[in-house]
Design a protein around this ligand. Structure first.
Ligand SMILES: Cc1cc2nc3c(=O)[nH]c(=O)nc-3n(C[C@H](O)[C@H](O)[C@H](O)COP(=O)(O)OP(=O)(O)OC[C@H]3O[C@@H](n4cnc5c(N)ncnc54)[C@H](O)[C@@H]3O)c2cc1C
Length: 379
């Protein structure tokens, strides 16, 4: 052992939903020496910015399977973790005014129905106000709707999982940024404010993951995609408000208390520009959701999510013996993170997944064209 270094079974880099999720599942499986190193504070990365949306609406069987696992996890979270984090079953609605996109939504709904997620309806323009009375159908052809999807607060969820992980013996160190990882004969040397020698390392560092794996010859296509969200004053009181996304413009509206969280998802916006996005939102909402012309924006937040290129699937697996990755969720990691963390904990124990072919998540896979297209943004 290196002088001055602490021996650890598994070091996990990153205290977002992925890092805390894998810590929990490894501890639940019986591992006793787990240390999470978080460079900043728990839930300070993408996880903190997440809208907490949970949807079954995807276009490929594996993503639908993960969505169903995520939905079950967050629906049962309060009961299973004995921690306050309600699941709001507001539903999820994707709308479009383009025929080709509506055809794709019909095709995706068929894939969902064939893969255990029958809870989806494709609505015509005249039916949209039945589920979202504040929407203006002018210029829309329809949308796909899943009434039992919803949302939760990801920061609360992460804290609940962290509490359970700590209860199982996991140690979490905040303000401890990992600067270097290197393989030696006695294990993986992990340099931070202290030095560690670990038998296994899991890199779950969100947007910083590509930088940490590059020295091992792995290139991950994970890039920041900025979302600037506005939180409105009271709006559409007493009306249903599914998490609604206009796939043509990127307009997003989600219930938040008596108000709403609103944004426009468009890769043109960079880290600066909350003000510009709120102006764009006002222009789009005047057509699509005129009731929003009467509300104020109380506050805004800005955060980047972990957009992935290529096939749109996450990176989960081993890149060197004992060095693992769990990252790149293309903007749906708070929903899918725990399910993928559970899958990774099984892989680390040498077990396969009962349904999914884990090879499709291999961080060293040759990534071809887009496989999953149903991104919750302008399409
Ligand atoms: C605005 C927005 C809306 C979103 N909406 C949704 C949604 O509706 N539904 C959904 O499912 N997902 C959503 N997401 C995506 C979701 O938040 C992410 O996919 C998920 O949080 C990724 O989790 P993570 O643990 O991989 O990354 P993170 O939460 O970013 O965690 C990584 C952690 O690693 C730490 N770290 C980085 N480098 C180091 C280092 N060298 N040493 C130690 N620690 C390090 C960081 O500080 C960070 O805390 C949204 C994201 C954003 C920003």
């Amino acid at each position: 052992m290196t002088t001055g270094s602490r021996q650890v079974g598994t070091v996990i880099i990153g205290g977002g939903i992925a890092g805390i999720g894998i810590a929990y599942y490894l501890a639940e499986a019986g591992e006793t020496s787990i240390l999470v190193l978080e460079g900043n504070e728990l839930a300070s990365g993408c996880t903190q910015g997440s809208l907490g949306g949970v949807r079954q609406q995807f276009s490929t069987a594996p993503e639908i399977e993960l969505a169903l696992r995520g939905l079950e996890f967050w629906r049962n979270f309060e009961k299973d973790f004995d921690y306050p984090c309600p699941f709001y079953e507001d539903g999820y609605l994707l709308v479009t005014g383009r025929e080709e996109v509506l055809n794709n939504l019909h095709a995706a709904a068929d894939v969902q129905k064939r893969n255990g997620a029958p809870d989806v309806e494709v609505l015509g323009a005249d039916q949209l106000r039945d589920v979202a009375p504040w929407i203006s159908p002018v210029g829309l052809l329809g949308g796909s709707y899943t009434p039992h999807d919803g949302r939760f607060n990801p920061t609360d969820g992460l804290y609940g999982i962290a509490r359970a992980a700590r209860g199982l013996g996991v140690e979490i160190k905040e303000h401890t940024r990992v600067t270097h990882i290197e393989k030696h004969s006695d294990g993986w040397h992990v340099s931070a404010t202290e030095n560690y020698v670990a038998q296994r390392v899991v890199i779950a560092a969100g947007l910083a993951t590509p930088h940490l794996v590059r020295p091992f010859g792995v290139e991950l296509d994970i890039t920041p995609l900025w979302l600037h969200c506005g939180y409105t004053t009271e709006v559409a009181t007493g009306q249903g408000m599914p998490l609604t996304i206009d796939l043509d413009s990127g307009l997003i509206i989600e219930r938040d208390g008596v108000g709403a969280c609103v944004t426009v998802s468009d890769p043109r916006f960079g880290p600066e520009g909350a003000h510009r996005v709120m102006e764009e939102f006002a222009t789009l909402a005047a057509v699509r959701a005129p009731v929003f012309s009467e509300v104020g924006i109380r506050t805004t937040t800005s955060a980047a999510f972990d957009a992935t290129g290529g096939d749109g699937h996450a990176y989960v697996g081993e890149i060197e013996p004992g060095l693992w990755v769990l990252a790149g969720f293309d903007g749906h990691g708070t929903m899918q993170g725990p399910a993928l963390a559970k899958m990774l904990s099984r892989m680390m124990a040498g077990l396969s997944d009962p349904v999914l072919d884990v090879a499709m998540f291999n961080p060293r896979r040759i990534v071809g064209g887009k496989d999953e297209w149903l991104r919750a943004a302008r399409n």
